[in-house]
Design a protein around this ligand. Structure first.
Ligand code: PEP
Length: 253
């Protein structure tokens, strides 16, 4: 069975003490998980090393960078390369979050380069896609997401793309309290899987975990995750509270 993942995106939140408290509460009494479950904590870059040290002996808990550079090491002040991330044991990187696309003008072609740097360093991309409200209202969300995926991912060989994680995050649902309905989530997740299957075949498409993101919380996680093509969630606001995030982990199927 595909990996079912509860991924946290802390974004630019939590000073050190609060960050440590949150991790301690998650790991002191960890939620019971099935063999195919994983928890991934997308924490601010300065905490990656410390938190990785804290969780590394807990099965199926990982840290993720919230971004990475499209360049290899060199004169890129302030950037963090995938080889630096890999050297401290980071196994995942969120790539193409809508806030990076919006505030840092990240294009599909730049994201293709980031995806390549990640794979070159054995880091699994959590590739984000998803449409803004006007596109959803126009009913052209499937096409919008197809372009994001094909332009950033379809240069990859099958053996690489089959290992990555996709997070479908409709921008109108991120941080707004509005959630896609279970049916809306299932419909577009299935579409994404079929789109990948049309290029790479069913085996590849079936192996990719597709997470839903957009106002997931403890009370709605299990119903959204119960959909056959929803393999867990990428969670912002609700991942900042231990009890809430634990409920989300419990919602994995
Ligand atoms: C996100 O930013 O990835 C996200 C899904 O945020 P929230 O859960 O707060 O909507």
């Amino acid at each position: 069975m595909r990996k079912q993942i509860a991924a946290a995106n802390w974004k630019m939140n939590l000073e050190k003490e609060k960050a440590n408290e949150l991790v301690e509460s998650l790991i002191s009494e960890p939620v019971e998980m099935k063999d195919n479950h994983a928890v991934i904590l997308g924490v601010p870059a300065v905490y990656l090393n410390d938190i990785n040290e804290k969780i590394k002996n807990i099965d199926d808990y990982f840290v993720a960078a919230q971004d990475c550079s499209s360049n290899n090491n060199g004169a890129f002040t302030g950037e963090i390369s995938c080889s630096i991330l890999a050297s401290i044991g980071v196994k995942y990187a969120i790539i193409g979050h809508s806030e990076r696309r919006m505030y840092h003008n990240e294009s599909n072609s730049l994201l293709a380069e980031k995806v390549d740097r990640a794979f070159e360093n054995n880091i699994i991309p959590i590739f984000c896609c998803g449409e803004p409200l006007n596109i959803r209202e126009a009913g052209t969300q499937n096409n919008y997401v197809e372009v994001q995926i094909s332009e950033s991912l379809f240069h990859l060989p099958a053996e690489k793309i089959k290992t990555l994680v996709i997070a479908y995050e409709p921008i109108w649902a991120i941080g707004t309290g509005k959630t896609a309905t279970e049916q809306q989530a299932q419909e577009i997740h299935k579409h994404i899987r079929n789109f990948i299957a049309a290029k790479y075949g069913n085996d590849v498409a079936e192996s990719i975990s597709i997470l839903y993101g957009g106002s997931v919380k403890g009370s709605n996680a299990s119903s959204i995750f119960s959909q056959p093509d929803v393999d867990g969630g990428l969670v912002g606001g609700a991942s900042l509270k231990a009890d809430e995030f634990k409920e989300i982990i419990k919602g994995l199927k």
